[in-house]
Design a protein around this ligand. Structure first.
Ligand SMILES: [Mn+2]
Length: 287
């Protein structure tokens, strides 16, 4: 089955992506983390809700690009399992405003989206963390493996990492900027690992599902890591040495990037305005 080729266009200078099919335009944003400021209040730092700013930015992008649908690539809210007081108010308001401008709104669940569903107004569709396929592009949050059918996609798009680069200038000041990362991916190796994992889960008698999956031709050539839509969040410096290998960051990278099938060394890094900065390997020298 050949899939329609979709075009990926970053909505410069925003951390947002436009996915263009022949008849459909989808706006994609990742990692909103609504309510992150509430977690600071627990530390004694009180900041007014930043959600109106996030909403304003999103509405501007919608106004500029007129998408048919909006897809949120996980981590709508910040509190992982529970619902904070502010989230009871901010999350439903946010979506009600967005629904006035875009009729079709979907959320792929991320690792911070425990108990998100009671907060979503009618009209917002919830998609499993295993992701969604649009044309030849597979989209999922990134903290868990995607559905196996995605191995037949050309490009995978994930969030979760909150990628940034950090430079040190000669005086010792640190500069941190959000970035896009585009990495080559060995589709065959990734598919093999994914099937092995499913096989291990299913035990000795792999049902027809697995048989069909074995026939899926691995097509993945690239993976795109989206910057977080909430620019106040901390991020993972992709140019730090040994990214993902230190224990405390392993979780933050997710199984696909950890799989060894993604060539992070030669991955291309771009600023939000589209400026090409270099490969991760080159940028490591500046960390
Ligand atoms: Mn996440």
């Amino acid at each position: 089955m050949s899939k329609e080729q979709f075009k990926l266009v970053p909505a410069k200078p925003y951390p947002a992506l436009i996915l263009e099919g022949e008849s459909k335009k989808t706006l994609i944003v990742a990692d909103l983390h609504i309510g992150w400021e509430v977690s600071l209040a627990e530390e004694g730092v009180h900041i007014p809700s930043q959600t109106p700013k996030l909403l304003g930015k999103l509405l501007t992008i919608i106004e500029d690009n007129k998408p048919d649908s909006l897809l949120i690539l996980g981590d709508v809210k910040h509190a992982v399992a529970k619902i904070e007081m502010e989230e009871w108010r901010d999350v439903p308001n946010f979506f009600e405003e967005v629904l006035r401008k875009v009729g079709d709104v979907k959320v792929i669940l991320g690792n911070h989206d425990g108990n998100l569903e009671p907060l979503l107004p009618e009209g917002v569709d919830v998609v499993s963390p295993r992701g969604l396929i649009l044309g030849d592009v597979g989209l999922f949050h990134g903290h868990t493996w995607p559905r196996p059918e995605m191995m037949g996609c050309r490009i995978l798009v994930i969030g979760h990492v909150h990628p940034v680069v950090t430079f040190r200038d000669p005086t010792g000041f640190r500069i941190t900027r959000q970035v896009w990362v585009r990495a080559e991916c060995d589709g065959r190796s990734l598919t093999r690992l994914l099937l092995k994992r499913i096989g291990a889960k299913l035990g000795k008698e792999p049902p027809k599902l697995l048989e069909n999956l074995r026939k899926t031709r691995p097509e993945v050539t690239h993976i795109v890591i989206m910057p977080s839509f909430n620019e106040f969040l901390g991020g993972q410096a992709v140019n730090r040495r040994r990214i993902g290998r230190e224990d405390k960051f392993r979780e933050f990278i997710g199984p696909v990037l950890r799989s060894g099938s993604v060539n992070l060394e030669s991955a291309e890094v771009y600023l939000l305005d589209g400026t090409f900065l270099g490969t991760i390997k080159q940028l490591r020298t500046l960390f």
